[in-house]
Design a binder for this molecule. Structure first.
Ligand SMILES: [Zn+2]
Ligand SMILES: [Zn+2]
Length: 836
């Protein structure tokens, strides 16, 4: 028999468990395994070098649910993949390898990305294993691997055939730094101080018209002036013309309700394209196109004097020139909000260019409707989805003028421009190296130009249900799996990943992608601020894992319910570690006081068949079991205090199960934690110590009852805790519980079920009074400076006749725990404990 370690050391135990789970394939998925399938659309993390604390927080939430469902007997489809194409990977490789993509040969850069990913991905995935994710890691996908490229291109062809994707030259949101088009969902707001410049335009009658603008560098792109139709100051001017200062051209003055009368002078210029409203005016009023900024944010020949300057430099120079010509009336400091690219924080521009778009603007109503068919946890997160859709102004631009991404399976006819698609059986293709088959269907030419753009990373990751399913299912089977059961994710990607997946599922399958979604909040620092490098308040999960282990981290992460942000708290993580230590100590103590079989394990497994039908284990009778059973022939032989804790335990099973069903793992955890500390450790174990120790006495019945009860409570508690602290519970199970014929792992044991025979409200109420009396005894001793073991002469309990009847049954235990020589019961309407 192995020596049982005195102290629980997570840093030793956790790696051991990881090896064991992997070797035994505990979390491997098989479509044909027993049980109803519960399928999870696991978020593929973006390969960024290392897992961050927000990941650790939200991924453990979905793992709680998956582990609970697995124990319930469901067949858990919990796949894992990484999202590793597109801009994030390009940026990472540029940083790691100190290169710039656009200064390298395209293919060399792509090769470098692939090579780098191969090296860094296994370590990256290891962090997800280390926090205890119970995904099937035996097969993983990468959104850039052959299978995913093939799937992504195949579904693009499907969109094309269904006319849900189109290519068009139009104004598009552009990042001058990344030099690519981007989608509305990739924008972030940034507030900034800038100047509102009042600039003089000349009217034909020689009078002045003052225009307010934050972007004077766009003067050369000015194609019209807009005023509000009800603005009395300008009513007469509508339809007339004004001259653009410094550049001399004349533009029309137009009236439109979108102008804010209160802002600046109330007259604004429309440029190509200062912002979203400019784009709308450009389209509606069919204004000319004058691009004075190029794709890298540099002034073009449309502003000859300023050509070659950056927008910022041009702004300064133009202000200087306006001042010199006395055309600048005033400059007012204001704070305004502008759009930046979320990946590089560069202020975006709007440029005219040819891009691929997936239709979404004409589907707003249907997409909102689909969102309502999904069950949201928490429900209020659905509003974010709907608000996002209501505020969409652009179709989804999916083409990126970048390099490391899934190529479009498309060529264009060199003669007539007609699109030529790749054939499905040839996928995945790179049109830059492959040639299309056949001739142009329109003009019979056989000369083609390959599409150079790649798809946005979301264009592939919006297909995660299919990318994951195809690892385990053939195409026809995998279609039947839609909708999956659950999409877990954090709230910051509702407008991207969640929304886009609904769009794709609608187009490809005409269905919602999942029945339910669960949305996690974010992690803030100890003071509730966002973590950022510049504030120096970033906490990494790796340091927590190295210091406290994964269970303590998970214990902290279970502390908030879905949708709620959490402040990082080292104190709460330490509290988790303390819990593990206490749990281990309770198990160790019990192992010394519950009969053991020859291999040192508890023997109660056979007993459990009496108490808990949910327990799948069954072992042969053994001698130690028999000695208890000889005294516990039926549940009626249990002591009242034992019946009380067992009734509390049934209550706990009910609470934990009910909350897990509602995805409210944090309420489940809180109830289990309270039960453990207050009911079990502080009270029940103290109460029954005397009966447990009492080996020589005649009270074999009392001892057996306590042993039987303690075993039931511990084995149930262990399983209730398994989703939260998978490592410690596994170690405890293997050390104290598992015998030859048991389930291999605690995570394959059944979720505890309520035994109706043990549920009893009355026992619970009696238990409350019992604890009150014990608390009074302890308080008395503490006040008198006595040891808790000190003997009490006389305890008198005043209570109703009914309470008396029930409490009197517990007298033996009560006397033992309080070390009271005598307990007297007196009937009274008021409950009172008198001690002397
Ligand atoms: Zn950018
Ligand atoms: Zn052609």
């Amino acid at each position: 028999m192995k020596e049982i370690s005195k102290h629980y050391n997570p840093l030793e135990v956790e790696p051991k468990c990881l090896d064991f789970w992997e070797k035994e394939g505990i979390y491997q998925f098989s479509p044909r395994a027993k049980g109803r399938i519960f399928s999870v659309d696991t978020p593929p993390p973006t390969v960024s070098g290392k897992m961050h604390i927000g990941h650790a927080y939200s991924y453990t939430h979905e793992d709680f649910i998956a582990r609970y469902r697995r124990m319930k007997g469901e067949n858990i489809f919990f796949p894992f993949g990484t999202d590793d194409n597109g801009l994030p990977t390009e940026r990472l490789v540029e940083k790691l390898k100190n290169v710039r993509a656009n200064r390298m040969k395209r293919q060399d850069f792509i090769d470098l990305c692939n090579k780098t990913l191969k090296i860094i991905t296994p370590d990256f995935i290891a962090d997800w294993k280390k926090v205890g994710m119970s995904c099937d890691f035996s097969k993983t996908y990468s959104t850039i691997d052959d299978n995913c490229r093939r799937a992504s291109q195949k579904f693009f062809l499907d969109l094309y055939k269904k006319r849900k994707v189109y290519r068009q030259e139009a104004p598009v949101v552009w990042c001058p730094h990344c030099q690519t088009a981007i989608a509305q969902a990739e924008l972030e707001d940034k507030t900034e101080e800038t100047f509102f410049n009042d600039i003089i335009f000349k009217l034909s009658n020689g009078k002045n018209l003052v225009i307010s603008t934050t972007r004077p560098e766009l003067l050369s792109s000015c194609v019209a002036i807009f005023v509000h139709p009800e603005d009395k100051r300008y009513k007469k001017l509508v339809g007339k013309k004004a001259q653009v200062p410094l550049f001399g051209n004349w533009v029309k003055i137009l009236a439109d309700k979108r102008v804010d009368k209160q802002k600046g002078s109330g007259a604004v210029m429309c440029c190509t394209f200062g912002d979203k409203t400019d784009v709308e005016w450009f389209k509606e009023y069919q204004l000319p196109l004058v691009m004075s900024l190029d794709k890298t944010g540099i002034m073009t020949e449309k502003a000859p004097k300023y050509k070659g300057l950056s927008a910022k430099a041009a702004r300064a120079k133009i202000i200087e020139d306006l001042k010199e010509k006395k055309l600048l009336v005033s400059q007012k400091k204001i704070t305004h909000t502008l759009n930046i690219h979320e990946r590089c924080k560069t202020e975006v521009e709007i440029l005219n260019s040819e891009q691929w778009y997936i239709r979404i603007l004409d589907q707003k109503k249907e997409l909102i409707e689909l969102g309502r068919r999904i069950k949201w946890h928490p429900e209020f997160m659905r509003a974010r989805y709907e608000n996002w859709i209501k505020n969409l102004h652009w179709d989804w631009c999916i083409s990126r003028q970048r390099f490391f991404g899934v190529p479009f399976p498309v060529w264009y006819c060199a003669k007539c421009g007609e699109v030529k698609l790749a054939e499905e059986k040839d996928l995945p293709v790179d049109p830059l190296s492959a040639k299309p088959k056949g001739k142009c269907q329109k003009c019979q030419s056989s000369k083609f130009i390959p599409e150079k753009d790649v798809m946005d990373t979301w264009a592939t990751s919006s297909l995660t249900p299919q990318l994951a399913l195809q690892m385990f299912y053939k195409e026809e089977e995998s279609k039947k799996m839609i909708p999956l059961n659950l999409r877990p994710q954090a709230h910051d990607i509702i407008s991207t990943w969640l929304f886009y997946t609904v769009v794709r599922s609608k187009y490809h399958f005409g269905k919602i992608p999942w029945k339910e979604v669960m949305i996690s909040g974010h992690v803030l620092d100890e003071k509730g601020r966002k973590m950022s490098k510049s504030l120096g308040n970033v906490v990494t999960p790796q340091t927590i894992l190295e210091k406290y282990g994964a269970d303590a981290l998970r214990f902290w992460a279970a502390g908030r319910s879905l949708g709620q942000n959490i402040n990082y708290s080292e104190e709460e993580i330490r509290a988790g570690k303390k819990f593990l230590t206490k749990l281990w100590n309770v198990m160790r103590f019990s192992s010394l006081n519950i009969p053991k079989s020859r291999n040192g394990k508890f023997t109660g497994l056979r007993l459990m068949t009496i108490v808990n039908k949910g327990n799948k284990c069954n072992t042969k009778k053994n001698a130690a079991d028999e000695s208890i059973l000889a005294n516990i022939k039926s549940l009626k032989d249990l002591y009242p205090t034992d019946r009380w804790i067992l009734a509390e335990l049934q209550d706990l099973i009910a609470t934990a199960t009910k909350n897990f069903e509602k995805y409210d793992y944090s309420s489940a955890k809180l109830a289990i934690e309270k039960f453990f500390w207050i009911k079990l450790a502080d009270n029940y174990i103290e109460i029954v110590k005397n009966r447990l120790y009492n080996e020589s006495s005649q009270n074999k019945k009392g001892q057996a009852s306590a042993q039987f009860t303690l075993y039931s409570v511990l084995f149930t508690l262990l399983r209730l805790l398994a989703p939260f602290i998978p490592f410690a519970t596994e170690e405890i199970y293997q050390t104290f519980f598992r015998t030859k014929k048991c389930a291999k792992s605690v995570h394959l044991c059944g979720w505890p079920r309520i035994d109706e025979r043990l549920s009893n409200r009355e026992e619970i109420e009696t238990g409350k009074i019992l604890l009150e009396i014990i608390a009074a005894l302890r308080k008395f001793k503490a006040k008198k400076g006595l040891s808790m073991k000190a003997e009490l002469e006389k305890v008198e309990i005043f209570c109703s006749r009914e309470v008396k009847k029930r409490i009197k049954e517990m007298e033996e235990d009560l006397r033992a725990v309080g070390n009271a020589k005598a307990i007297k019961f007196s009937e009274s309407k008021r409950f009172l404990v008198k001690i002397s």
